[in-house]
Design a protein around this ligand. Structure first.
Ligand SMILES: Cc1cc2nc3c(=O)[nH]c(=O)nc-3n(C[C@H](O)[C@H](O)[C@H](O)COP(=O)(O)O)c2cc1C
Length: 200
């Protein structure tokens, strides 16, 4: 499970995840949830040393290069070990926050999650994306064409081989921040979709 929001308890996407985890645990009592919290683990952006290591064949990696790729290796291993990947994210400026994009840049690794032929290697898994956004981007919305965050996450997950993707679009989340709705009311609106995803 990937948590992105820096807003802790006030985060709407985190409250959607909390509901998802409760439903998932009820359906999978023996299941183990591994949380990668991007608010606690700031990831370095791709830079020159990282790219040098990335483009070096495994058997030619120096100890420094291995160290440079260590976090990426850990994140890839977490992804490959999971049966169901849950990504919770706010929408910032119509897209995913930079922290989540940094995670993506670390987990898309040629030969590990993406084949050298361009085919995704992360097959046989499910993904659920829980999005909180101030605006509403669902079917019929006048700003539907700005639904970039959802489209991008679907595209990226598909590219690495995950085709069973469910998106819970928590649009209109600003109602909670404006105190026009409680967190519980907002989460309850998405409860059926969340439960459906958790039981899948
Ligand atoms: C810097 C920033 C940019 C935002 N940009 C958008 C946006 O482009 N579209 C939108 O619908 N909501 C936008 N929002 C609203 C957030 O998506 C909304 O507050 C959401 O609840 C944040 O997720 P969280 O509650 O899990 O932190 C923005 C919020 C912030 C703080």
């Amino acid at each position: 499970m990937i948590e992105t929001s820096p807003r802790g308890e006030a985060s709407i996407s985190r409250n959607l995840t909390r509901r998802f985890v409760a439903d998932w645990h009820a359906a999978h009592p023996q299941g183990n949830v591994v949380v990668r919290d991007l608010a606690d683990t700031p990831l370095p952006h791709v830079n020159a040393p990282w790219l040098a290591a990335y483009f070096t064949p495994e058997d030619k990696l120096t100890p420094e290069m291995k160290e440079t790729l260590r976090m990426s290796d850990t994140l890839v291993a977490e992804l490959l070990a999971a049966d169901h990947i849950v990504i919770a994210s706010p929408v910032y400026n119509y897209n995913i926050p930079a922290a989540l994009k940094a995670w993506i840049d670390h987990i898309v690794r040629k030969g590990h999650t993406l084949g050298f032929d361009g085919k995704g290697l992360v097959t046989g898994k499910k993904a659920t994306v829980l999005i909180a956004s101030g605006g509403v981007y669902t079917e019929g919305s006048p700003i539907r064409d700005r639904n970039i965050a959802e489209q991008y996450l679907r595209l990226l997950l598909n590219a690495i081989g995950i085709t069973d993707v469910t998106v819970v679009a928590g649009g209109g989340a600003k109602a909670v921040d404006m105190r026009d709705a409680t967190m519980e009311e907002f989460v309850a609106k998405h409860a059926v979709a969340i439960q459906h995803a958790a039981l899948a």
